[in-house]
Design a protein around this ligand. Structure first.
Ligand code: ASP
Length: 365
């Protein structure tokens, strides 16, 4: 009798283990930037949207049996549609006042797809996924070539184009144009002398909204990272940033982790920032330490105020670091029943994850 009870228990345990899901989760961010010109109400809207995005991605993995790739795409779609971030409908404008978006997605098996300099579809991440899944290429650039590609695969983009910037985008553009005119726009250096050749007199300020990025690990241990952006204000037409460049704006590898970067694209490209984080994880560092060290390298090569990173390692450890004032970030993990949010540079995810979340400030239902 005792023997058979034990046998039964071990079967139960076995079944329990069999059904027990591994740790999985998702991290999303809303762009590295300055706090100065973000109003309180804007910040709380962005915070709520990030929570919605992380919850949506998590729901897809948890309840709908979706993969990390599905989660990343859906989470980023939420942010692209919100007009609150520098991506999709909230994208910043080029020097000529046009929306031109970059995005990329990468799975832990190294499959990846990216699109750049396009306004065919505001859900840029979905278009990048199509390049990954329906073509042999990694990066496709420009509306004409992407239109042909979408026609060829029968992907409908009608209704998702961003032909005309919104009123809010135009009014911000005009503010920046004034700064350009009075030579107070300081983000770009060499471009300054080119601006008048583009019919203007000069360049650039801090971003008020940020690029969006996401990393996820699903219950099957698969990783995915994604990034979507309008680029940088007053960029020259044709400029492509890090967000479309694998190794710079994002990286994913099932034996290390998934990483997504934000900030000054040119600086991020120079040092292959996301691949660097993945390499640190390969050397045995957890996601948090890997992000922190990579941001130190970025600060050394490019100065402060240049970028931020989020990552999830293959064991479900999460990381986030930036050298900017803020990097609004939301996290949803299978081991923690509520989404967690951190905003400023000083707030650390580890404080929330390794101690019980305290107070309302960092908890959102
Ligand atoms: N990294 C993006 C770019 O340079 C901008 C950002 O992250 O805000 O295009």
């Amino acid at each position: 009798m005792i023997k058979s009870l034990e046998a039964l228990r071990s079967v139960e345990i076995g079944i329990g283990l069999f059904h027990m899901k591994k740790e999985f989760g998702i991290v999303v961010h809303g762009g590295a930037g300055k706090l100065a010109r973000v109003s309180r109400s804007d910040l709380s809207k962005r915070r709520a949207k990030l929570v919605e995005s992380a919850s949506e991605g998590f729901k897809i993995m948890h309840f709908k049996g979706g993969s990390a790739t599905d989660a990343v795409e859906s989470a980023i779609n939420v942010l692209e549609s919100s007009k609150l971030f520098n991506a999709g409908l909230g994208s910043c404008l080029t020097l000529e006042g046009q929306v031109r978006m970059d995005a990329a997605i990468m799975n832990g098996d190294l499959s990846c797809g990216a699109i750049a300099d396009q306004s065919l579809m505001y859900k840029s991440i979905s278009l990048a996924r199509k390049v990954m899944e329906e073509s042999d290429h990694v990066l496709m650039v420009g509306n004409d070539s992407l239109r042909k590609f979408c026609d060829a695969i029968g992907y409908k983009t009608a209704g998702f184009e961003v032909s005309y910037p919104s009123r809010a985008q135009i009014s911000r553009f005009n503010e920046f144009l004034k700064l350009v005119g009075s030579r107070k726009y300081s983000d770009w250096k060499r471009n300054t002398s080119l601006f008048n050749k583009y019919l203007l007199r000069n360049p650039v300020p801090a971003e008020q909204t940020g690029t969006v990025g996401c990393v996820a690990l699903d219950a099957d241990g698969k990783l995915c990272s994604g990034v979507s952006t309008g680029g940088r204000w007053m960029k020259l037409p044709g400029r492509v940033g890090d967000s479309a460049i694998v190794g710079a704006g994002l990286y994913a590898c099932n034996s290390t982790g998934a990483v997504s970067a934000t900030g000054a694209g040119e600086e991020i490209i120079r040092i292959c920032l996301s691949k660097m984080v993945s390499d640190f994880m390969r050397d045995g560092l957890g996601a948090q330490l890997a992000c922190e060290i990579a941001i130190k390298v970025l600060s050394k090569t490019s100065g402060n105020g240049t970028g931020g990173l989020i990552a999830i390692d293959k064991d479900g450890g999460v990381g986030r670091a930036c050298n900017t004032e803020v990097l609004p970030t939301a996290v949803r993990l299978s081991s923690i029943p509520v989404p967690l949010v951190v905003i400023s540079k000083e707030e650390r995810l580890s404080q929330l994850l390794f101690s019980k979340p305290k107070g309302k400030a960092n908890r959102q239902k």
